[in-house]
Design a binder for this molecule. Structure first.
Ligand SMILES: Cc1cc2nc3c(=O)[nH]c(=O)nc-3n(C[C@H](O)[C@H](O)[C@H](O)COP(=O)(O)OP(=O)(O)OC[C@H]3O[C@@H](n4cnc5c(N)ncnc54)[C@H](O)[C@@H]3O)c2cc1C
Length: 233
């Protein structure tokens, strides 16, 4: 039994799913920074503004991770540290960001991908080798762990009882969760990012969609359920 757990540049994928997969690219990217600074808030801040999206996340008491929506072809060295801090602050009104030295910059392109096949004979794909999601829903690691839990059960049944039913069912069982997470990640991305060329109607509708989530208990519950993940039945 071989498990292709070799990430988004998987070599196992070519054998298991030679026809590739379902793919979508987005006209957004995130400009990510790591800074040596104290936290600016106790919780994650997701902020959408007319100038674009920003995410303030916490790593530790001394290191923080922050992101700005940017063009996928943005040069990570174009802006000075001062310009980056000004842009982050402009996109997080009402919060006073605590600044520090920026020691890492990277551009994260947004892609959705699901391989056409997850199993070929005794070779299975898990995690980013099988699928990738845009980072907005923070589902990448969550999905990878869920695949592994399912496959662990399947391999245990195969090795201890000679029963391959769970292994044969692995693609269908895993894909049910993977596509829900794909939808959630696409939805969070579309709802929180201002698209270039969007009309006033598009922007007003997007704000109403966001209000439908934050002002509705049912809407907030769906977001919380999908964000934290579904039970591994
Ligand atoms: C900047 C960034 C931020 C992220 N933030 C989040 C987040 O907040 N929440 C979240 O859920 N997800 C996040 N993700 C996504 C998450 O990191 C991935 O979805 C997750 O790591 C996938 O796990 P994996 O084991 O499938 O692949 P990987 O973590 O990529 O691991 C694959 C491993 O296989 C090894 N490998 C590759 N090829 C070979 C080979 N030929 N032989 C041997 N070994 C090989 C690699 O060296 C690597 O160690 C983020 C990703 C990035 C890039």
């Amino acid at each position: 039994m071989i498990v292709g757990a070799d990430g988004s540049r998987s070599v196992a994928r070519a054998t298991v799913s030679p026809t590739g997969g379902h793919f979508r690219e987005y006209p957004f990217a995130w400009f990510g920074i790591l800074t040596e600074a104290p936290p600016s808030a106790d919780e994650l801040i997701y902020s959408t503004t007319p100038d674009g999206f920003a995410l303030i996340s916490q790593r530790s008491e001394t290191v923080q991770r922050m992101y700005l929506q940017c063009d996928p072809n943005e040069d990570p060295n174009r802006m000075s540290d001062a310009e980056l801090w000004a842009e982050l602050q402009r996109r997080t009104p009402g919060v006073e960001l605590r600044e520090g030295p920026i020691f890492q910059r990277d551009i994260l392109r947004f892609r959705s991908f699901v391989a056409h096949r997850l199993l070929h004979g005794r070779i299975a794909l898990v995690g980013d080798a099988a699928h990738t999601v845009p980072p907005t829903g923070a589902k990448g690691m969550n999905l990878a762990v869920a695949d592994v839990v399912l496959l662990d059960r399947a391999i245990a049944a195969l090795l201890t009882e000679g029963d391959d039913q769970l292994l044969q069912a692995y693609p269908e069982t895993a894909l049910a969760r993977i596509w829900k997470a794909q939808h959630f990640s696409w939805w969070m991305t579309s709802m929180l990012h201002a698209a270039d060329g969007a009309s006033e109607f598009d922007d007003m509708r997007r704000m109403a969609e966001l209000r439908s989530v934050v002002e509705s208990e049912a809407g907030s519950r769906y977001l919380a359920e999908a964000y934290t993940g579904w039970p591994l039945a």
